[in-house]
Design a protein around this ligand. Structure first.
Ligand SMILES: Nc1ncnc2c1ncn2[C@@H]1O[C@H](COP(=O)(O)OP(=O)(O)OP(=O)(O)O)[C@@H](O)[C@H]1O
Length: 256
């Protein structure tokens, strides 16, 4: 998942422009990413939308679907949040979006629209290499033995970083490829209030350039914690959905 070359590629960004003072709360390397001037980033003149249509998933060798006709869409440079109880199918959906499994039926596409609001061309499948994903416990995917974050020694063991910095390192690794869709699984879970505030500010900054989908739990047993996290993210969220048990997704306001 996270390769040594990804981490080396990450060092490449250390030399980019000085961070904008308004984003100086960011780890220097992340705040240095200059998307507009990046050669590999093109600003699309027409509106495009990430669209999931009628996606169902039945794992090979099993008899029941974990996802049932899941459909939703997220316009570019907007922020979506999917919440739901444990076991409802959120991780299964993430894995499909990231290309780690294939839907049994349905499609995951990018649809471009013209100025008249109509599709300007047929939908294009979303290539898995255009999706960045930061898992809830990113350190499980660190395979290199050094970091490369500005402000942190190059030879620092990534496993020795704080939870907040592990999250930021995982995010930075995904940002190297400038994904069309950035997926974050529980980006605030397990962080203290300061680290959560930093991550929220970072997401606000990234939303200007990327389409972001966050997956978050909504457990009755930790309802208070979920509410705090939802409130912290609420200012960023453009669209939200609840994943109901049995893998049924429907649009729903955040429960705050
Ligand atoms: N390969 C599989 N084969 C059979 N069942 C599976 C498989 N993977 C997941 N499941 C089941 O599918 C359901 C949804 O799991 P999933 O991990 O997607 O839920 P989740 O909403 O992400 O839960 P959590 O919030 O606890 O991470 C669960 O009942 C799980 O046991």
């Amino acid at each position: 998942m996270v390769s040594t070359s990804s981490v080396s590629g990450f060092k490449f960004f250390n030399g980019l422009k000085e961070p904008d003072p308004s984003t100086s709360f960011l780890p220097t390397t992340i705040s240095s990413l200059n998307f507009r001037k990046s050669k590999s980033f093109t600003i699309k003149c027409n509106y495009s939308c990430f669209e999931v249509k009628g996606v169902s998933y039945q794992p090979p060798g099993t008899q029941h679907s974990l996802l049932n006709e899941v459909s939703f869409s997220l316009p570019e440079k907007s922020f979506g949040l999917i919440f739901g109880r444990s076991g409802s199918g959120k991780t299964t959906l993430l894995q499909l979006l990231a290309g780690l499994s294939k839907p049994t039926s349905g499609s995951i596409c990018i649809q471009r629209y013209g100025n008249d609001g109509h599709p300007s061309q047929p939908p294009e499948p979303l290539p898995s290499e255009r999706v960045g994903i930061v898992f809830q416990f990113p350190e499980r995917y660190f395979v290199a033995d050094n970091v490369g974050l500005n402000g942190i020694l190059l030879d620092k063991d990534p496993q020795s970083l704080s939870g907040g910095y592990k999250r930021r390192l995982a995010l930075a690794i995904q940002l190297v490829q400038i994904p069309d869709l950035l997926i974050l699984d529980e980006p605030l879970a397990g962080l203290d209030w300061k680290a959560r505030a930093d991550v929220v500010k970072l997401l606000k900054h990234l939303k200007k350039e990327l389409t972001i989908l966050v997956v978050s739990h909504d457990l009755n047993s930790t309802y208070a914690t979920s509410t705090v996290i939802f409130r912290e993210l609420a200012g960023l969220v453009d669209r939200s959905w609840v994943m109901e048990m049995g893998g049924n997704l429907r649009e729903e306001q955040l429960p705050i």
